[in-house]
Design a protein around this ligand. Structure first.
Ligand code: NZQ
Ligand code: ZN
Length: 401
């Protein structure tokens, strides 16, 4: 059992119509001049943005707006937001949308109150001393950014996608109404479910020791997400399933499912970030496309965890040798991805990287990780390249060659 810190300062306001409380929540945090930050327009089409503005207006709150945060949010818009905050004297940022709007808001929050280039933080050159307070009205269950300390930004020059974590950016509040996620395209719902699962799986597949209560919560979370993702694939308007997934998304990435374990693996995320940086794919789909290859590459090195996962999460009967059971668990997870129409290879993801692209991604991944990544198995650049090559057409086809 490892020492840990668990810090979750985010006030969660969960359930139907909760977006009506946004104005009073900003007021409670002392916000006076608000930047409302959102994505490509889904919040305009759904009418949510108007309802949020009405809630701010009811509290006599002054606000400015900046839309346009794209999936894999860009540094260029972050710079624009920083300038706007400085010009308008913004003291609170309200992200209305998904992980991309929230992450972009966090980066703007750092840049608005720290000197110098905000990219320095994402380039691990220096640390910020402050961040503007952030509030969230969430529209997609996925990244957990509404409670996490992380933000992931893509620099257009070189298409470098980097994550940066600091408690300063943990949102002050998160409004979570499951009804708001009902307008999501099925593909985005499935991407979100995949990402939620992965945030717990990254913390679960470790070699450095774990804590029983954390493992049990992690397994319950994974079973719940798998069950409700399948329900949503058939019945996308099911409120209760939406609610289960929405809350799971926050719990999966606020630190809870990692307490007392050895810090997590996060190699699948590192590998995906390079795919997303170069090919601009949806994060969850990128994770599904890489996970099976990663799992098959590393499972022998982390057999007890893969065995336990197979039995306790995927429901595999424990009859054969542990490695056989573990492999069946990996196959069952890939079957789940197929059931919710997620890809299990780069080809199914819809990209066709050249071998040069795969080498570039492996190189960038190793550099971003400081040379090596992972706990289930420590990966170096040559391992990363091998996994990318396995993932090209899927691990089963790779094994057949
Ligand atoms: O941009 P709009 O028009 O809002 O459309 C979005 C976008 O096209 C749409 N959408 C969201 N809510 C909707 C909706 N469409 C209809 N109805 C709704 N209710 O869905 C698309 C995806 O939205 P986005 O915000 O990009 O999704 P997500 O929440 O998955 O965020 C992905 C980004 O977060 C990063 C990812 O790498 C990626 O850049 N991550 C952030 C993390 C963090 N901060 O802790 C951790 C994650 O591992 C991840 O890396
Ligand atoms: Zn993720």
């Amino acid at each position: 059992m490892h020492n840990f810190q668990y810090y979750t300062p985010t006030k969660v306001v969960f359930g139907k119509d909760t977006e009506k409380q946004t104005g009073s929540l900003v007021k409670e945090q002392g916000g006076k001049k608000v930047l409302i930050h959102y994505g490509g327009g889904s919040v305009i089409r759904s009418g949510l943005l108007d309802r949020v503005k009405a809630s701010l207006a009811a509290e006599h709150m002054d606000f400015v707006e900046l839309g346009g945060a794209v999936p894999n949010p860009r540094l260029g818009l972050v710079y624009e937001g920083i300038e706007l905050c400085k010009k308008e004297g913004v003291d609170f940022i309200l992200a209305v949308g998904g992980g991309s709007a929230i992450d972009s808001a966090k980066a703007i929050g750092y840049g608005a109150v720290n000197e110098g280039d905000v990219w320095d933080f994402y380039d691990y050159k220096r640390q910020p001393s402050r961040c503007l307070p952030i509030g969230v009205v969430l529209t997609i269950a996925a990244t957990g950014s509404e409670m996490s300390d992380s933000s992931v930004i893509t620099k257009e020059d070189g298409w470098i996608k980097r994550g940066y974590s600091n408690d300063l950016s943990r949102p002050r509040f998160a409004v979570m109404n499951p009804d708001l996620t009902k307008t999501l395209p099925d593909y985005q719902t499935a991407c979100g479910c995949t990402d939620i699962l992965m945030h717990t799986m990254e913390r679960y597949f470790t070699n450095g020791g774990n804590m029983e209560i954390t493992d049990s919560m992690a397994e319950a979370l994974m079973r719940t997400v798998i069950k409700n993702a399948k329900i949503l694939a058939e019945d996308p308007l099911n409120y209760d399933a939406r609610a289960e997934i929405l809350w799971a998304g926050s719990l999966s990435h606020n630190g809870l499912t990692g307490c007392g374990n050895a810090g997590g693996d996060f190699a699948s995320h590192a590998l995906e970030h390079e795919i997303g940086g170069l090919f601009d794919v949806a994060h969850g789909a990128g994770l599904a496309a890489i996970w099976g290859s990663w799992a098959r590459y590393v499972y022998q090195n982390c057999l007890p965890r893969f065995h336990r996962f197979a039995v306790n999460v995927m429901g595999i009967e424990d009859l054969g040798a542990p490695d056989d059971t573990a492999l069946k668990g990996i196959c069952a997870m890939e079957d789940f991805y197929r059931a919710i129409h997620m890809p299990t290879s780069l080809q199914e993801l819809g990209i066709a990287p050249t071998d040069g692209d795969l080498k570039t991604m492996a190189r960038k991944c190793a550099v971003a990780a400081g040379g090596q990544k992972g706990s289930a198995m420590v990966l170096h650049e040559d391992d990363m390249l091998a996994i990318y090559r396995m993932a090209e057409f899927g691990p089963e086809k790779a094994a057949a060659h």
